[in-house]
Write a protein that binds this ligand. Structure first.
Ligand code: MF3
Ligand code: CO
Length: 248
């Protein structure tokens, strides 16, 4: 079942989303060569808690960190540790926070210092792919409209669309119905209604779309070792279009 949120629920989800967006803004100045992913993770946890929320990822199905931090060829669910950011890396922070029982979810990829032109291209076009997908969102649209728009944009820019991981509904669970794939066909899939909340989240690769799971059972990496980027917003579906809950 795809839930329609009440005005009260939407209010709480706006707060959760705002905390997620603000956590991103808070962390950006720290994304410099030399910081460990563990340090970033602790800063995120402390900030989210200071704002009266909790990090939704912590212990989610056993996930051992507070936010997901994925570097270069890591696509999603990288686990914080002693690894340091280096000049030229791209790093994705996937941040989820729960406020009074409601979640916000937003991932964003950032350059560390000066990065290659290829990586700049990947960041620019993965972010644009997110907004191409969001342009389709409105009451009456199909979930497949979003997927087709993202896939068409990615293909036109020679980027690989990760298929194993998808966007999702958001509410008092972090992952709700419907699945929101980054591929598909216009006019197919569930119909969106005003009051639904979904996370749209293209993960695009510079090389092959193929990915695999590391032995830690969480980190997903590209099969060819080429970098991957990930941009995600949680949005409320409206009659006119959408409203971003995870504004930054
Ligand atoms: N935003 C991530 C996702 O939708 C959150 C994952 S939490 C984790 O997959 F615990 F699974 F890492
Ligand atoms: Co998500």
């Amino acid at each position: 079942m795809i839930t329609i949120k009440s005005p009260r629920e939407i209010e709480l989800m706006r707060v959760a989303g705002e905390i997620v967006g603000d956590t991103h803004k808070y962390l950006i100045p720290y994304l410099k060569p030399g910081i460990t992913t563990e340090e970033i993770d602790s800063l995120a946890r402390d900030y989210i808690i200071k704002r009266g929320a909790t990090p939704s990822c912590y212990h989610y199905e056993g996930y051992p960190a507070n936010i997901c931090i994925s570097i270069n060829e890591e696509v999603v669910h990288g686990i914080a540790g002693k690894r340091k950011l280096r000049e030229g890396d791209i790093v994705t922070l996937d941040i989820c926070a729960c406020y009074k029982g409601y979640h916000g979810d937003s991932a964003w990829s950032y350059p560390v210092g000066k990065v290659s032109d290829d990586k700049k291209y990947l960041l620019e076009h993965t972010e644009k792919a997110l907004f191409e997908g969001l342009k389709q969102v409105r009451a009456g649209a199909h979930v497949g409209d979003i997927g087709e728009a993202i896939e068409t944009y990615a293909k036109a820019h020679n980027l690989g669309v990760v298929k194993e991981l998808v966007g999702h509904g958001v509410g008092n669970h972090l992952h709700e119905e419907p699945d929101v794939p980054n591929y598909g066909k216009k006019g197919t899939g569930p119909v969106l209604k005003a009051g639904m909340v979904i996370a749209v989240e293209p993960m695009l690769n510079m090389g092959t779309a193929d990915v695999y799971l590391l032995d830690d059972d969480w980190t997903v990496i590209t099969a060819d070792g080429e970098p991957s980027a990930h941009f995600e917003h949680t949005v409320l579906v409206t009659d006119e279009g959408y409203s971003i809950l995870t504004k930054r």
